[in-house]
Design a protein around this ligand. Sequence first.
Ligand SMILES: NC(=O)c1ccc[n+]([C@@H]2O[C@H](COP(=O)([O-])OP(=O)(O)OC[C@H]3O[C@@H](n4cnc5c(N)ncnc54)[C@H](OP(=O)(O)O)[C@@H]3O)[C@@H](O)[C@H]2O)c1
Length: 238
Amino acid sequence: MKDKIALVTGSSRGIGRNIALRLADIAAGVAIHYKSDRRAAEDVVRRIKEEGKQAAFFCADLTKESGASGLIKNVEGKFGKIDILVNNFGPVLVKPWEKVTAGEWEYILRSNLGSALCCVKAVLPDMRKRKWGRIINLGYSRAEHLVAFSTITPYAIAKTGLLILTRTVAASVASDGITVNMVSPGLVEEGVFPKDRNVPKGRLGKFEDISEAVLFLVSKKADFITGTNLIVAGGWKT
Ligand SMILES: NC(=O)c1ccc[n+]([C@@H]2O[C@H](COP(=O)([O-])OP(=O)(O)OC[C@H]3O[C@@H](n4cnc5c(N)ncnc54)[C@H](OP(=O)(O)O)[C@@H]3O)[C@@H](O)[C@H]2O)c1
């Protein structure tokens, strides 16, 4: 992975930040993306540079198609290519479904599903040319469950949709040397879901648990794995 360049969306904080820092350990460089907290993004870049790796930060609103295509263009302009794309940005809305406004519905679908579609479409032409690529979409541990979710309805729909998108793109680019997979966290320390402590493993997930799954799926060892959903939830409601 020493010559690879990675882009992690929403990497100024949280799970995305940890994934970016871990990818920096194995790759040549990492593009850090944020929406409003420039100082946080700068801090991640500084940490990566201190380890002697390349890093730069990029601002983009990924709820807009132009934001996504502009981000990919700017990162390719700076680093010359993107080998690894991690579609991490994906906010949660916890609210009874009857109270969700049309604007909130649109925002959750756009941010979790639309942003990934737009980033994937923008990054694929160059990956296809170079016959190598890794795309990871962040899901959540129940994305495969086709059941009622009354308090996270648009989020659950978006993540299940993202899994369908993951498998669709995986099949269409498999012969181009590109793998597309999903990593699905459950309850996470410092996470956004209400803390139900009934995790069979006996603890909440750590950011590192999720990053390890991403690191495996982008590695050369995982070359034959595509279209899969790797649930990282300690057995919680899976
Ligand atoms: N955390 C959990 O408990 C949990 C559990 C299961 C699954 N997941 C999934 O794991 C992934 C990461 O979750 P997370 O909670 O760590 O972070 P997140 O809320 O999905 O993302 C935070 C990042 O997104 C950026 N951002 C905010 N608004 C944006 C916009 N309009 N356009 C582009 N970027 C924007 C933020 O930048 P600024 O700070 O600059 O605004 C920050 O870098 C998500 O896909 C989530 O659904 C999380």
